[in-house]
Ligand binder design. Structure first.
Ligand SMILES: Cc1cc2nc3c(=O)[nH]c(=O)nc-3n(C[C@H](O)[C@H](O)[C@H](O)COP(=O)(O)O)c2cc1C
Length: 443
């Protein structure tokens, strides 16, 4: 590695790939959402590319509407990662779960179990979404106010993390002579009586190889940044312009410092959606061919719904009506707010038409970059070297062909530049991310 900091790279796994029309190019699309053999192939290919971690996003009990138009997240991420852990040896396995609903004890136990099953490769990605369909599925009449969402998330996370520390490995003495298996004197039982969640006692699952699974968090608002800077090891974020990304990066590093943390131990990994080709023209052709398969009319109507404006006011070949969008702000749904903010910033900056917005991954949210492996590698390094990111979480256009190109063409460019590993550094996700093993403070 050169003196410049190494780049952290994840892959976001979504059946068929991130491009909403990818499935239309694949022969077996109907079964991809549940095909374990295909997920294993993806995981092994990513591991061949020495990728840090595989992310499984999750929309808890909701967004069934996604399934109407493309392969979706049919499998529970915890079950899927438990299976993938047995088919891989090095790659980190990050499970997304909510901190708004359910009970933190269950989440603590599930992720701690994955930590052992994967021999120290577990990550927990914290989300705070409240999609209307999720609320409905959970039988809730209404969502939580912004402040309350982060109060809930904080209590939830406090309970999960303190439970993770509650059964130290040293407490498992297995002392046959004294007839003691777990020494109760060495437990660190918790007693959290919060406004929203309560839990007392110790977790049944002992501390695993990393000391604590790696905590990721995904969010965008000021409350979310403050929460992430306090709790997370890495922030998964949507950033579509360099300026926005630099501001986000500076803000969260300063917030982390404010919590007495070393800002280098809070990694910032925006999503990135590369479309690669041997030449720039070839890459553009790959994107155009996929975009042509999109249902532009349905996407235009969906965009109007998310912006809470009349679809009549959103013709495909005009710029988005920014005044009307601003005026409708209070009627726009909270969920997917970050997608909207990001893509509208990029659209305004580049004078995009609505057609360019609907072809710009507005449903996935992340920045699209079209080019040769050399160009994309240069862009990645530019962001990392200009205070905008510590690495990226890749969205792959078509799985698995896009991932194969990424592993065989883009990764070698980053390796040649001395900025990405050729071999995994260690056996745990913390080792590979350059984060020390977690050590609970003395009781
Ligand atoms: C990059 C990114 C990825 C996200 N992934 C998920 C996800 O997989 N599941 C989910 O329910 N919410 C996801 N979210 C939503 C956030 O958890 C959060 O609810 C959303 O950003 C709104 O909260 P905020 O306005 O306070 O940032 C994601 C957000 C971002 C920025």
């Amino acid at each position: 590695m050169s003196a410049k900091k190494p780049v952290r790279l994840g892959v976001n796994v979504l059946a068929s790939g991130r491009h909403d029309a990818a499935w239309k190019t694949l022969p077996n699309a109907a079964d991809l959402s549940t095909d374990i053999d295909e997920f294993v192939r993806i995981a092994q290919l990513a591991e061949r590319g020495r990728i840090d971690a595989l992310f499984l996003a999750e929309n808890p009990a909701g967004r069934f509407s996604d399934a109407y138009y493309r392969p979706w997240r049919a499998l529970d991420p915890l079950a899927l990662h438990a299976a993938l852990s047995q088919a891989t040896r090095h790659i980190g396995l990050v499970v997304t779960t909510t901190t708004l609903y359910g009970h933190p004890y269950i989440t603590a136990r599930q992720i701690a179990s994955l930590e052992h099953i994967s021999k120290g490769r577990a990550g927990w990605n914290i989300t705070t979404s409240q999609d209307p369909e999720t609320l409905q599925a959970y039988g809730l009449k209404e969502g939580f106010e912004q402040k309350q969402r982060y109060e809930r998330a904080t209590e939830f996370t406090q309970i999960v993390t303190s439970l993770w520390d509650s059964l130290p490995r040293e407490a498992v003495v297995a002392d046959a002579r004294r007839n003691v298996f777990v020494d109760p004197a060495r437990l660190r039982p918790i007693n959290v009586q919060g406004q929203h969640f309560r839990s007392a006692g110790a977790l049944l699952t002992p501390v695993g190889p990393q000391g604590r699974p790696v905590i990721f968090q995904a969010g965008e608002s000021e409350e979310s940044k403050a929460f992430g800077a306090r709790w997370a090891d890495a922030l998964f974020t949507g950033q579509r312009t360099l300026q926005n990304a630099q501001k986000f990066y500076a803000d969260v590093k300063a917030l982390a410092q404010g919590y007495g943390r070393d800002p280098d131990r809070l990694l910032v990994v925006p999503g990135l959606f590369p479309i690669l080709g041997g030449t720039e023209a070839e890459a553009q052709r790959r994107k155009d061919e996929l975009d042509e398969l999109l249902d532009h009319e349905a996407l235009r109507i969906e965009l109007a719904r998310q912006l809470a404006i009349d679809p009549e006011d959103l013709p495909l070949d005009a710029p988005p009506p920014y005044d009307k969008i601003e005026a409708a702000k209070n009627n726009q749904p909270q969920s997917l707010r970050w997608h909207r903010t990001q893509i509208l910033n990029e659209a305004r900056q580049n004078n995009w038409t609505v057609r360019q917005v609907v072809r710009g991954n507005f449903r996935g949210g992340h920045r699209v970059i079209v080019g040769t492996p050399e160009q994309v590698a240069a862009d990645i390094l530019y962001w990392v070297d200009h205070g905008a990111a510590d690495g990226f979480n890749f969205n792959i256009d078509i799985l698995t062909s896009g991932l194969k190109d990424l592993v065989e063409q883009l990764i070698p460019e980053l390796q040649k530049a001395g900025r990405f590993r050729r071999e995994y550094e260690g056996t745990t996700l913390r080792d590979n991310l350059g984060l020390p093993r977690y050590q609970a403070a003395a009781a």
